[in-house]
Structures are given as structure tokens and as C-alpha cells.
Write a new protein. Structure first.
Length: 255
């Protein structure tokens, strides 16, 4: 399948890096020819096209990867009717997309930057008639989850879309704590990276509360650290972080 990706920012580049490993033919459309040419040097399999005054999207399968506030500006430069528009714009409803870009079908998608390594968790929703096609495309960059409503996708955006930044903050704290205690920086990074890698199968096998029970011995090191987390209500703050990100998605939808 030929796929046109409009935009060449961080998320677009992560998706492109994942998709070129599949059999899809990728064209990247952007407003800066200089940035497009630099991207092609990194990923020579793609073709590039500068978005100047107008670009015909007739019968194309588009992955729309610009910033939400650029929807109207970029949409005004797109002529014709696309076959399918896959939008990764956070908090941007299908109604808003259809008012700015003409397409036969619409799907909202929320991948994350792990798409670069084909490890994205991508949430999808939209027109049911292209559900299988949408899942097939985004399975090329990791796992997919189709949800029934746009509201559910906005919640998923706060979890899996924004989640890498939240986990990076946690990782940064672990690394900093290890360094402050006397560990070399490179060793702290190695340990933390391996910790995150090994945690995934634990989470797939057990509920979080059961993992805690298995790791924690009475009055041991884990108990001391865990009690500190509970005392400072860290779980509540993390839960509120997801709610805050979701609230922002709702604000974007209204604007």
C-alpha cells in the first residue's frame, strides 16, 4: 500500500521509521524542503514532496501528523478527497478533521514515539468499514487497540500517547537517585534500562499489587522505599497525571 504522511516532526519520523520496515511505500509531505531532504538522507526508502500552495490528496491514504493548531492552515492547502485520513492529532475530533480535510473515511490514531522501534501502543477509533485496514497498518509499528468512542481514545492518549514522557520522568528519578547514592551514571542508566525491559513480562503475568507482594520482604529495602511512596501519595499523583492529560485532550477538542 502507498501511504502519504503529512508532517515530518518527531511523531511522524517515528512512524516513518517503523513503516519503512514493512512493505508499504511511503511518501512524506512537509512544508520545509530542507528538513525533508535531511529526512530522506536518514531514510532513503521514502519519497518526499514539499507542501507549498496546494497538494492533491485524491484517493490517497493519508497519515496526518501535524500539530493540532496547524490543522486549519495545513488543511487549507490540501485539495481533493482522500481515500482514508488517519489523524494522530491529540484532542482533535473527527468532526473537526472533516470540516478541514475531505476524505471518504476517517480514523483517529494515537501512537507513541516507540513506533521508531516497532514498539508503539497505538489506539484507534473511527469508521468501522476500515477498521481492519487501520489495524493492519498500525500493527506494522507495534500493538494496536481499537476502541469504540473518541472519548475512550482521548483517555488512551493520556496513557499510551503521553505515557513515554511520564515513564521517562520516573526513569530519570531512578537514575538520579542511583547517582546521588554513589553509582556511576553509565551504570545507573544500564540498571534502569534493564529494569524497564524486565518489568514488561512481570506486568503481563501479574497484577501490580501481586508484583509488589512478590518483591517486598517485611522490613527490607523494598518495604522502606515503598512506604516512602505510599506516605507521599505517589500513586495518587500518577493517577492525577493521567486525569490532567485527559482533561487537556478535552480542552483541545473544544477549541
Amino acid at each position: 500500500m502507498e501511504i502519504t504522511i503529512i508532517g515530518n516532526g518527531n511523531m511522524a519520523q517515528a512512524i516513518i521509521s517503523g513503516l519503512v520496515k514493512s512493505s508499504h511505500q511511503i511518501q512524506v509531505v512537509g512544508r520545509s524542503l530542507e528538513k525533508l531532504e535531511a529526512l530522506k538522507k536518514q531514510i532513503p526508502q521514502i519519497t518526499i514532496c514539499e507542501l507549498d500552495k496546494a497538494y492533491d490528496i485524491t484517493n490517497q491514504n493519508i497519515i496526518f501528523c501535524v500539530k493540532p493548531y496547524n490543522l486549519t492552515e495545513v488543511g487549507a492547502k490540501l485539495t481533493g478527497t482522500a481515500n482514508t485520513l488517519y489523524s494522530v492529532l491529540a484532542g482533535t475530533t473527527i468532526q473537526s478533521l472533516s470540516q478541514n480535510i475531505s476524505s471518504k473515511s476517517y480514523v483517529r490514531a494515537m501512537p507513541n514515539v516507540s513506533a521508531k522501534f516497532c514498539k508503539s501502543m497505538t489506539t484507534l477509533t473511527g469508521d468501522e468499514n476500515i477498521k481492519k485496514e487501520a489495524i493492519d497498518i498500525f500493527n506494522c509499528i507495534g500493538q494496536t487497540l481499537w476502541v469504540d468512542t473518541q472519548n475512550e481514545l482521548d483517555i488512551a492518549t493520556a496513557v499510551a500517547g503521553s505515557g513515554p514522557a511520564f515513564l521517562a520522568h520516573v526513569a530519570d528519578g531512578i537514575i538520579e537517585g542511583a547517582i546521588n547514592a554513589g553509582l556511576k551514571k553509565e551504570d545507573a542508566i544500564t540498571l534502569t534500562t534493564a529494569l524497564f525491559d524486565g518489568f514488561t513480562p512481570l506486568l503481563e503475568d501479574d497484577e501490580p499489587k501481586d508484583i509488589i507482594k512478590k518483591v517486598m520482604s517485611p522490613n527490607g529495602t523494598t518495604q522502606a522505599g515503598y512506604d516512602y511512596l505510599v506516605k507521599n501519595k505517589v500513586k495518587d499523583k500518577i493517577s492525577q497525571t493521567i486525569q490532567t492529560a485527559y482533561d487537556r485532550a478535552l480542552e483541545l477538542a473544544k477549541s
